[in-house]
Design a protein around this ligand. Structure first.
Ligand code: TEU
Ligand code: CA
Length: 599
């Protein structure tokens, strides 16, 4: 096996297809739209894309409910469109990952329809069917990620079926060897069409504990106890079997989405010698603002807690495992609104967070729009909650828990998935350039509208504006520099990770390679701060540290001039970060990257 597989040496760009680029004016992003934007992605400097599910689906959960794994949903295009996309991406040096959702299918999948109507037929055991409990109720007390019980009664079959997510997403029965054959066949189908890898949705949930016993539901987060319903040994066995069937040559990258995974499982699933997954998507760092009541009980996050989680994840995956590095995705609010300062320091805090997260050991996975500093959608009415999870959560709080509507909205709005699903901002034209203007008169008043409203700030925060702005006002220009720095600096590519002790909001780490080292120090606050003691100790070891990058070169926000800017608005030393003293105090939201060669 290659010592340095391609996916450890690149960044992945995560596309939410329905919100990326609409090519035909129906208001829904599609495959030709993605193909059109491949040059943009290669100019950004990413080596791979991961697309959310584009397979045939009733779209109850925006494609995470698949009714045909071998076809493209007509809203996204055709199989031919996918072939063109893959071919175009490859020609531009970009690999393609698809999102396989195998823990569950849609209830409209042929397998489920057959299973429901014909218990003794070939598909009878493809799903998890149970008789009612002795009292006639649901078989156990498990609660769905999307509120309510995990069981739905089928009058047709006269049994309950299990669904960890919506009732329209019945869980597949991986204990059935035929199900495991089917899913491997699907992966081989896409592999044969040129796909380079897969993101595997909630893959740690594919095998449930024998007997499906009730659990002592935690008082708080309804999903908090979900980790206990998993048979993780069997999950590992099934993943190894899957890998050996679809990837005899060790060329496919498998990224597992693994909510609530036990640390030991994260390590063993990703250890090179396990031949199971290549990376996992861990969650602790995107739960720092969850209170005792979980996602809908928001609390203030603490930078020192972030430092602890980062250090723990890095320690867990040191050695033979390889981490993934993500700040947000289609299930999380926008990072600049969540951990940054979207009002006073939008440019600089977006850049500082990217620096802190993406220069760790691992593969960055950049969520579309973060590279231009897209922010949460100020949700102020329940009608803006269109996602199945957030709208169910709101209804559950109001109808079942008796929470006042205003309070329920306050709890749901900031962490709602809808925030991250607004259409991408390409330019300052109608609908942010997300869709062609149907009427053609350029006023954006055509009949069609984006499936979800474009963020009102698209006219100012968009790709075109940031491409033409001075580099110090462009999150995008900074991302390009950051990704270039990662590609060209040996310690940032491959160095080991050692955390610095957090000092209030100032976090950092050292990356040590055999012939060079890098130091990353990030002030995640709007107040200037000295280099923390641990950082000083590291810097004082040598006199030849060079400043490779600093976000202090950037304007705090679009309106502001950077410190020391001349009249043209360009920072005096924007192109020469090396002139800055390594030990100078950190500016507000400054992330500073130092490098040196070892003798
Ligand atoms: O998400 C799984 C998951 O556990 C979450 O992060 C989930 O979205 C939820 O927000 C937890 O509170 C994956 C997909 O990424 C998500 O979009 C799907 O809705 C889900 O699986 C079901 O397929
Ligand atoms: Ca479209």
């Amino acid at each position: 096996m290659n010592d340095r597989p391609w996916w450890t040496d690149t960044a992945i760009y995560h596309i939410y297809p329905r919100s990326f680029q609409d090519s035909n004016g129906d208001g829904i992003g599609d495959l030709p739209g993605i193909t059109r934007r491949i040059p943009y992605l290669s100019s950004l400097g990413v080596g791979a894309i991961w697309m959310g599910p584009v397979f045939r689906s009733p779209q109850v959960d925006n494609g995470y409910d698949i009714s045909d794994y071998r076809d493209i949903d007509p809203i996204f295009g055709t199989l031919e469109d996918m072939d063109v996309l893959i071919e175009t991406a490859h020609r531009n040096g970009i690999r393609v990952l698809l999102d396989l959702v195998f823990n569950h299918s849609s209830n409209r999948h042929r397998w489920f329809v057959e299973s429901e109507h014909n218990p003794d037929g070939p598909y009878g055991d493809y799903y998890i069917w149970r008789d009612p409990a002795p009292d006639g109720g649901v078989p156990n007390n498990w609660t769905s990620f999307f509120s309510g019980p995990t069981w739905t009664w089928s009058p047709i079959r006269g049994q309950y079926y299990l669904h960890l997510f919506a009732p329209e997403q019945p869980d597949l029965n991986w204990e059935n060897p035929q199900v495991r054959n089917e899913v491997a066949d699907v992966a081989r189908f896409w592999r044969a069409r040129g796909v380079d890898g897969f993101r595997m949705d909630v893959i740690n949930f594919i095998s449930k504990v024998d007997g499906l016993p009730s659990i002592d539901a935690d008082a708080g987060d309804p999903a908090g106890s979900m980790g206990r319903i998993i048979d993780s040994d069997r999950v590992l066995t099934y993943l190894q079997e899957f890998r050996s069937r679809i990837d005899p040559d060790g060329e496919v990258v498998l990224v597992g989405e693994t909510p609530h995974i036990a640390p030991d499982d994260a390590r063993r699933y990703t250890a090179r010698e396990s031949r199971a997954l290549d990376m996992v998507l861990l969650f602790e760092h995107v739960m720092l603002d969850h209170g005792p009541g979980g996602r809908w009980d928001p609390v203030r996050w603490r930078p020192d807690a972030l430092a602890s989680v980062v250090a723990a994840h890095q320690r867990l995956l040191a050695g033979t495992s390889w981490p993934s590095l993500y700040m947000g995705n289609h299930d999380q609010p926008r990072i600049v609104s969540r951990y940054g300062d979207p009002v006073a320091y939008r440019v600089r805090s977006a850049a500082a967070l990217a620096t802190y997260f993406y220069l760790q050991r691992g593969t960055p996975i950049i969520y579309q729009g973060d590279e231009i500093g897209m922010a949460n959608l100020e949700i102020d009415s329940p009608e803006q909650l269109v996602d199945v999870e957030s709208s169910n959560a709101y209804r559950d709080l109001v109808d079942r828990q008796g929470v006042a509507p205003d309070e329920a909205l306050r709890r749901v709005r900031d962490n709602a998935r809808d925030n991250a699903r607004t259409p991408m901002h390409w330019d300052g034209g109608p609908h942010g350039g997300f869709m062609p203007d149907a009427s053609g008169d350029g006023d954006g008043d055509g009949d069609a509208h984006p499936w979800y409203p474009v963020h009102p700030d698209a006219a100012r925060w968009n790709v075109a504006a940031q491409e033409s702005a001075p580099a110090d006002r462009s999150v995008l220009a900074f991302y390009r520099r950051l990704l270039r720095a990662r590609r060209t600096s040996e310690p940032l590519r491959s160095g080991e990770f050692a955390p610095l002790a957090a000092d209030g909001p100032v976090l950092g780490y050292l990356r040590g390679a055999h012939d060079s080292e890098a130091l990353v120090i990030a002030n995640l606050s709007g107040t200037g701060a000295p280099v923390p003691p641990d950082g000083r100790t590291q810097i004082s070891r040598a006199t030849d540290w060079q400043v490779l990058l600093t976000t202090a070169d950037l304007a705090a926000n679009l309106e502001e001039s950077p410190d020391g800017a001349d009249e043209s608005g360009v920072a005096a030393n924007a192109d020469e970060p090396g002139q800055r003293s390594p030990l100078a105090d950190l500016a507000p939201w400054e992330a500073r990257v130092l490098v040196r060669r070892l003798a």
